[in-house]
Design a protein around this ligand. Structure first.
Ligand SMILES: NC(=O)c1ccc[n+]([C@@H]2O[C@H](COP(=O)([O-])OP(=O)(O)OC[C@H]3O[C@@H](n4cnc5c(N)ncnc54)[C@H](OP(=O)(O)O)[C@@H]3O)[C@@H](O)[C@H]2O)c1
Length: 259
């Protein structure tokens, strides 16, 4: 069964491990955007770079006889997810999305939930604060016009310096992060507030527990809306879906009676 996995997340990497064991059943291509300079590559067929919009993805699915697509992209990679919905519908290919649950506040958390990056920048206010930005390296423009804050940006790859708010210090690091390390970072940098996307998952969750312990505020950018699709929460459920689909694969739609 020919499968395309749209990757770029922890869940995608977990799915690759399961699929690597099932080469007898699944012929898998993993697709990465090419955004990360040194991505973790699976022992599967990998293609890198965009498809060229909805039409490009539809044509690629048809040309490669893909029978199922797993959208394992990040909850904020909305354009890719929307393209997958449209292209799979046009090409009559089955689509499953892995959408890890978002984070929810617990007792002791001090979150300000905002709908987008612009609102996050406004929520910081005008009094100078020491801010840990963990929003990736692409969505930084709104922070150029925020108050006179001291910025520490943590991301996997260094951004174009022109995209950085003035005076931003960079911390290049790839998760997962643990609570002790996060608390030490927040103390050492005398951070007042964290700005983060509501990515969900465990890899980058420790900063929230560390902020809770230190009584720090968190500005939480909520997830953007995305076109509806059949969804599961994790890689194991996606693998089960693929296995059940491949069980049906090749069976006739209607059984003839032998009587
Ligand atoms: N956004 C985040 O916060 C975030 C965080 C961690 C990881 N990531 C990962 O980084 C990648 C890019 O994220 P993004 O937010 O820039 O996506 P996006 O805004 O939704 O997508 C922009 C364009 O990048 C291409 N693209 C995205 N994901 C792709 C994939 N897996 N394979 C091939 N092309 C892909 C597509 O180009 P075409 O239209 O030309 O096909 C898409 O239209 C995704 O794989 C995502 O899982 C994103």
């Amino acid at each position: 069964m020919r499968v395309l996995v749209l990757g770029g997340t922890t869940e995608a990497r977990q799915l690759y491990v399961a699929l690597e064991q099932r080469a007898d059943r699944f012929a898998v291509t993993v697709s990465l955007a090419g955004a990360t300079r040194a991505p973790v590559l699976p022992a599967l067929d990998v293609r890198i770079g965009g498809f060229g919009g909805i039409d490009g993805l539809r044509d690629w699915l048809l040309a490669h006889h893909i029978e199922a697509v797993i959208d394992a992209t990040h909850p904020f990679a909305v354009q890719m997810s929307n393209h997958a919905v449209a292209a799979c519908a046009q090409a009559h290919v089955k689509l499953l999305r892995i959408a890890r649950p978002g984070w929810t506040p617990v007792a002791g958390d001090c979150w300000t939930c905002v709908p987008d990056m612009q609102a996050a920048a406004c929520a910081l206010g005008v009094t100078p604060r020491r801010v840990l930005l963990t929003v990736g390296r692409k969505d930084l423009l709104p922070f150029h016009h925020a108050g006179p804050h001291d910025w520490l940006l943590r991301c996997v790859d260094a951004p174009d310096p022109a995209l950085l708010p003035a005076g931003t210090r960079l911390l290049l690091a790839r998760g997962p992060f643990d609570e002790a390390g996060e608390e030490a970072l927040l103390r050492r940098e005398r951070i007042d507030v964290i700005v983060t996307k509501n990515s969900g998952g465990t890899a980058t969750q420790a900063k929230l527990a560390a902020a809770r312990r230190l009584g720090l505020g968190v500005i939480m950018v909520e997830r953007p809306s995305v076109a509806p699709a059949q969804t599961v929460p994790d890689a194991a459920a996606a693998m089960a879906w693929l296995e059940s689909l491949s069980g049906l694969h090749g069976k006739p739609a209607h059984k003839k009676s032998c009587k």
